[in-house]
Design a protein. Structure first.
Ligand SMILES: [Zn+2]
Length: 289
C-alpha cells in the first residue's frame, strides 16, 4: 500500500471544517511559521522563506518533476510540497564576537529523515515534506544579533522524493529495497534541459555497500520494511545498511536486465520473485567484490 501522509500545515488545519476562509488559512500558516505559499498550475509549495528563496525551490521541484515523471512515463500529479524548517545546530560565535565557528554541519533532517513522500490524504494528489534549514541567529558579546542562512544543495533529496511519487504513479512500488534502490539511483542523476541524465556512476553509497555487504544476507535486505511515518515520529530506527545495499542491488539488477529504457528495466526487476532474486545472491556478492 502506498504511504499516506499528512503534512505539518495540513495537521494545523485538520480541526477546521472542510472549507476554510483565506483568513483561517493565513492564521494557520502564520502559526506554522509559513511565510510564502507559491501556487503553480499543478504544484503548491508552502515555505518558511521569503518569495525569492521559495522560487528557487519551486524551480528545482518543477524541473526535477518534469524530467522524472517523463522517465517513468507518467502524467504529473497535483503535488503539495511542504518545506519544513529544522534547526541546524553547530553555528557559534565566540565571546569577542569577531570569530565564528561551524561544527558538524549536516543535511537538514528530522529524526534522521531528510524528506518524505506519499499520497495525499483526503484528496487526489501527492505530498512531499522536505526538511530545510531554519535561519539561525547568534548573539555577539556586545549584544548584536547576527542572522545566518544555511544553504544546501537539496537537489538529490528532491529527486529522491519525486522518484517515490513517480514510482507510485507508474505502479512500481514496494518492497522497501526496490523503493529506496531506485530513488537513490535517480537522486544521483542530474537534470539538464528537462532530461534525466546519468550521474557520477560510482557513488558513495556503492562504496559503502562494498564495505558492508559481506555482513548482510540478501534475505535480510529483501525483508526490509520501512515506514516513513514511523521514522518521522521517531518510533522506528533507520536500517542504516539498507540504503547502500538496496542501491547496490538495484545497480546490479539494472546491469543484468539491460532493458531498452530505464522504465522497461524497472518493470522487469519489479516483477522478479523473491526466489529469483535469492538465486542471484552469490553473483551479487561477487559483483560487489
Ligand atoms: Zn526514500
Amino acid at each position: 500500500m502506498p504511504r499516506r501522509l499528512f503534512a505539518p500545515l495540513a495537521l494545523a488545519l485538520l480541526p477546521a471544517c472542510r472549507s476554510i476562509s483565506v483568513e483561517q488559512f493565513a492564521a494557520a500558516a502564520r502559526n506554522s511559521g509559513v511565510r510564502c505559499v507559491a501556487v503553480e498550475p499543478d504544484m503548491t509549495v508552502v515555505s518558511p522563506y521569503a518569495p525569492g528563496r521559495t522560487a528557487e525551490y519551486v524551480d528545482l521541484f518543477r524541473d526535477s518533476a518534469d524530467a522524472i515523471f517523463t522517465a517513468f512515463g507518467v502524467e504529473g500529479t497535483d503535488l503539495s510540497v511542504y518545506l519544513e524548517p529544522v534547526d541546524m545546530p553547530g553555528f557559534r560565535i565566540d565571546e569577542s564576537g569577531d570569530h565564528f565557528e561551524l561544527e558538524g554541519v549536516q543535511r537538514p533532517a528530522h529524526n534522521g529523515v531528510v524528506g518524505l513522500a506519499g499520497e495525499r490524504r483526503g484528496s487526489d494528489g501527492h505530498v512531499i515534506v522536505l526538511y530545510v534549514p531554519k535561519d539561525q541567529a547568534v548573539r555577539t558579546a556586545d549584544g548584536r544579533e547576527i542572522r545566518g542562512t544555511f544553504r544546501f544543495d537539496q537537489g538529490s533529496t528532491v529527486r529522491h522524493e519525486l522518484t517515490h511519487i513517480a514510482a507510485n504513479l507508474a505502479g512500481l512500488e514496494g518492497p522497501t529495497w526496490f523503493d529506496e534502490g531506485i530513488a537513490i539511483e535517480i537522486s544521483s542523476m542530474r537534470v539538464e534541459g528537462g532530461v534525466l541524465l546519468p550521474g557520477r556512476g560510482d557513488s558513495l553509497s556503492l562504496a559503502a555497500a562494498r564495505r558492508i555487504h559481506a555482513e548482510h544476507s540478501l534475505e535480510e535486505l529483501l525483508a526490509w520494511q520501512e515506514r516513513g511515518d514511523r521514522l518521522h515520529r521517531g518510533d522506528e530506527d533507520v536500517f542504516r545498511a539498507g540504503r547502500p545495499l538496496a542501491h547496490a542491488l538495484m545497480l546490479f539488477l539494472l546491469q543484468r536486465v539491460q532493458g531498452d529504457t530505464l522504465l522497461e528495466s524497472l518493470r522487469t526487476i519489479h516483477s522478479m520473485s523473491a526466489a529469483e532474486l535469492l538465486g542471484l545472491e552469490d553473483d551479487w556478492h561477487r559483483w560487489l567484490g
